[in-house]
Design a protein around this ligand. Structure first.
Ligand code: PEP
Ligand code: MN
Length: 358
């Protein structure tokens, strides 16, 4: 074969490549249009029966030189790339997606305390509200340290039904009174939609705990109230599931959602859960919502809280949550992992000194 002939064939190949590219791009556009129609109809994007029919038709009209198997493989690849395109489009159309809302959402709490945006937030307080004295002691220490938001559990989702379940509404009342006395805001977990309305008087932020991240009725219920929500990542939730849980809340009209990474279950036993630091930049990239990191429940140990909090802030977290108890050894829940007041002061000072806390 002469060089001229070879050049000619190569030119023809380039031309065909160009045509194929144009055709698969045109095909992708049609697939996206189909995706939009399916989205409106609420029907699933992947239709295995339709894919099978398309493959059969292609194989039937295949005249070679490719075998039927090769044709199947090639087209399956094209189909799957198109399906990926549809799911990417779907993700981009979520209300929580940054694609539709380029600016960071900044939540303004009572008294002008902001979550997200330019300043970092420290949320601290006991795992459980246990008594007036315990709660007031923590509140006084937090006020002194310059913390603005206190957490404290009143409805505790415990592993064993025989463990302390929290003080319920009385706990929320104690939390509110202590917080008001020391000029703090409150965050507390609600586990039952029936408690939401009454809790609105006591909490400035409703926490949805890790165990309830998949409780869609609770998510819908907190989506219907005019109160910011702190949504914890589920024990074994993927980021996709986490983002969709936030979407459940937002789809009901509540736009004020903070996400909080609290560690996930893995095989690693050195920590209570595995702190997924990569969740922070991924969530910040995909969503416009503030992202916090709970260093206490993710690690379950006090000796690594400072580097973990620094890592969280360095990764772009808008805030940190940590458990503080006046006498952790006697705590009715999570005794091993709560900081005492002195330890908290050291922790907060170190985090601020790092320059990462804005
Ligand atoms: C909590 O923050 O009180 C709590 C129970 O944490 P989690 O839901 O992350 O386990
Ligand atoms: Mn706890």
């Amino acid at each position: 074969m002469s060089n001229v002939e070879l050049e000619g064939l190569r030119a023809r190949l380039d031309e065909i490549n160009g045509q194929l590219l144009e055709l698969i791009s045109e095909r992708a556009q049609v697939v996206q249009e189909i995706g939009a129609v399916k989205e409106k109809q609420g029907v699933p994007k992947f239709d295995p029966e339709r894919e099978k029919q398309m493959l059969e038709k292609l194989v039937a009209s295949n005249k070679g030189p490719f075998t039927s198997g090769t044709i199947r493989t090639l087209f399956k690849q094209i189909f799957s790339a198109s399906l990926d395109l549809q799911s990417t489009d779907h993700k981009k159309s979520l209300l929580v997606a940054r694609k539709n809302h380029a600016e960071d959402t900044v939540i303004v709490l009572p008294g002008g305390v902001t979550v997200g945006g330019l300043s970092s937030l420290m949320v601290a307080g006991p795992c459980s509200v246990e008594s007036e004295l315990q709660t007031r002691t923590v509140a006084a220490a937090l006020q002194k340290a310059g913390v603005k938001v206190m957490r404290g559990g009143a409805f505790k989702p415990r592993t064993s039904p025989y463990d302390f379940q929290g003080l319920g509404m009385d706990g929320l009342r104690i939390l509110r009174e202590a917080a008001t006395a020391y000029g703090l805001l409150t965050i507390s977990e609600i586990v039952d939609p029936r408690h939401i309305e009454e809790a609105l008087d006591y909490v400035d932020v409703i926490q949805v705990g890790a165990r309830n991240m998949h409780n869609f009725e609770l998510l819908k219920a907190v989506g219907e109230v005019n109160k910011p929500v702190l949504l914890k990542r589920g024990l074994s939730a993927t980021l996709d599931e986490f983002v969709h849980a936030a979407e459940y809340i937002m789809s009901r009209g509540n736009m004020e959602i903070m996400l909080i990474e609290r560690g996930i279950r893995t095989y690693e036993k050195s920590t209570r859960n595995t702190l997924d630091i990569s969740a922070v930049p991924i969530l910040k990239q995909e969503c416009h919502l503030p992202v916090l990191v709970d260093v206490t429940h993710s690690t379950g140990r006090k000796d690594i809280l400072i580097p973990c909090a620094k890592a969280a802030l360095a990764a772009g977290a808008d805030g940190i949550m940590v458990e503080v108890h006046p006498d952790p050894a006697t705590a009715l829940s999570d005794a091993a992992q709560q900081l005492n007041i002195e330890e908290f002061n050291t922790f907060f000072n170190e985090v601020k000194a790092s320059g990462l806390y804005r």
